[in-house]
Design a protein around this ligand. Sequence first.
Ligand SMILES: Cc1cc2nc3c(=O)[nH]c(=O)nc-3n(C[C@H](O)[C@H](O)[C@H](O)COP(=O)(O)OP(=O)(O)OC[C@H]3O[C@@H](n4cnc5c(N)ncnc54)[C@H](O)[C@@H]3O)c2cc1C
Length: 341
Amino acid sequence: MKPILIIAEVMDGCIRPVTWELIAAARVIRDLIQTNRAGGKRKAAQIAVIVPAQDPVPLAREISSLTKVDVLALKVPTLVAYTSEAYKECLAPLIQELAPSHILVAHTSQGRDFAPGLAIRLNAASISGVNQIRSDGDGLLYSRPGMNNTRNMVLRPEPGFPLVLTLTPGIFLARPCQVKDPGAVMVREISFGPKQPVRMVHQKIARRENEHQALKKAHTIVAAGRGIGERSNLESVARFAKYFSASALGASRPLVDMGWIGYDHQVGITGASVAPRLYIACGISGSSQHLAGMKGSDWVVSINKHPEAPICSHADVCIVADVIDFIRVFLEQEDALQGKI
Ligand SMILES: Cc1cc2nc3c(=O)[nH]c(=O)nc-3n(C[C@H](O)[C@H](O)[C@H](O)COP(=O)(O)OP(=O)(O)OC[C@H]3O[C@@H](n4cnc5c(N)ncnc54)[C@H](O)[C@@H]3O)c2cc1C
């Protein structure tokens, strides 16, 4: 059986936790392949992690002792910092030699950057942003979001090619491993000098210090979701938010992905975790990824035209209405009151 390889994500000299999710996904793939073939009687595919770094051995030991998988510490003295060019240069020859069936990479800014180019070098198939892996009996199927996150696309790779997958974080959750002994740690050193002129030099990674500050300080968050219908309706939601003191405008991820509003406003597992006194969800369905970011709110109000929307089971008050109509009437009433005072 061809092995399943994982490229560990290394940043600031540490293993990023998304690596544990890649290992969990590799186990899912291994089990599906095994049940697909001869009722699981054949030997299972080996799972191995590659850690590319200047000093990878301590990191490789950490992975092998925590996850019990075999780890290949790829010592690259010239790898001062991550660049996609450097990664492709040092990983491609090693992966070709190991001839895996799958190469798993995190769908993070780093993984998204180098994985497609690596696939080209390997003459491999490539699927980005995978959020589900299943078998239909004839082989494995991979799902990924498409069309502005409004559809799930299901893909079946052609056999005979290695497959590079980038996996969406937060989907394949790490599970405790039953195996007692740590995996083996092997070390391989390669020194590469670019054969061609270097096209990109890493400068620095600057942290975004003030990210999500407005959301985190707010006492009330009015958050807009896809249910607001149109980008221009964000203006009404923002005006609605201003009626509450110490308030901020939040949003669900699709609005950020569609470019309607900046990432600084996103609430959820890949956005801000917030805990305001009042959270008003406007046209938000209440996906687990969104709930993860606002579940610490003291009081939740949902405005949704469907009473069975999941957010309603998490809200203290569920207003069943067209959100834009509701806000229009609210603003008219408030304006009228202001005029009378
Ligand atoms: C790895 C991963 C990470 C993610 N991270 C996040 C994250 O951090 N934050 C996040 O928000 N999402 C995240 N998502 C996306 C998440 O899965 C959902 O797709 C998203 O939260 C849905 O956003 P929504 O509720 O605005 O849209 P939808 O699910 O489309 O819901 C729209 C809601 O509006 C209601 N509605 C429609 N029209 C009206 C109207 N006129 N008036 C009132 N109500 C109306 C509908 O009944 C529906 O309930 C993530 C997904 C993945 C896979």
